[in-house]
Design a protein around this ligand. Sequence first.
Ligand code: BG6
Length: 320
Amino acid sequence: MTAAFSTLPSHIARCPQLQLSDSCSLYPDRQHAAALSLLKVKNDRCEAVISVQGAQLLSFQPAHGKPLLWLSPKAIFQPGKAIRGGIPLCLPWFGPHADDPSKPQHGFARNRDWTLLDAEAVDTGTTRLVWELRYPDPVADRSPPADPLLAGAFRAQLVMVLSDRIDLELEVENTGNQAFPLSWALHSYHPAADIAAAAVSGLEECEWWDNADRATPAGQKVKQLQSGAVAFNGEVDRVYINVPAAQQLHCGGDTLTIRGKNCASAVIWNPGAALATSMADVGAEHYQEFVCVERGNTAENSCQLAPGEIHRAWLTITRD
Ligand code: BG6
């Protein structure tokens, strides 16, 4: 548990909709290498749990409805390791690092503790939280290695507004004196009653390539055009670029809408049976329960962030 979260700072403790907890207490049936700090949010319109590590929403349940997010029954809570489920934030790069495969997959923002700058009960049914991550971190990166994680500096802010829906606003500011490449995704895990009956619409006619085709090197993959909705019969790992604002996940009569602004990419992912078997935090028995509809800016939609420049994006998740 981070020292900052053994108690809540007084201006945050005043928010009546928040409660400090930890992963061992809230999820006794999961695996824990250590107790990670968690925040519980309860207002008139939802209940949610957020991990300080990654500023990661782990669960979100509207007061009058089913959960919008999936957290793996086999999730592992371990400092520095991404938690399988909810909405991890992949940043400052998405996927494997472009030049150095030894660097963490999907960047490092999801593996680090964030600072809760502010928390506010906007009204009895709306909670607003402001999280911040700075790189380099004055403590963790005090003695940077010869090959630092990123040749650059940034401040990321994630604002969560939790009501009967999830509203997220991401801001990344280059606080250094050199430009760096930025790609990212809000890697949302959504529940699917039955993966075989799930479909994602809103990507028709978009270009995509197949990450599940591991035989073809990244730079040589041929783009395809999406025809109809995306269905799931085996591993699906597709990167879509220049997508429309909204996608819908349909499953068993339930429809979730994932709507982004300045999120030009979408990644649709489910590992399928074979890959899930090799994943300790999913397993063959749980891959059928979720679909990832990830939104962000990656590949051709990624950017160079110049010194002083701020990149902003928004994401809303609703049940129709
Ligand atoms: C997806 C990628 O975004 O995330 C997949 O497209 C990857 O290739 C998946 O397997 C999960 O990644 P991780 O690092 O959380 O296991």
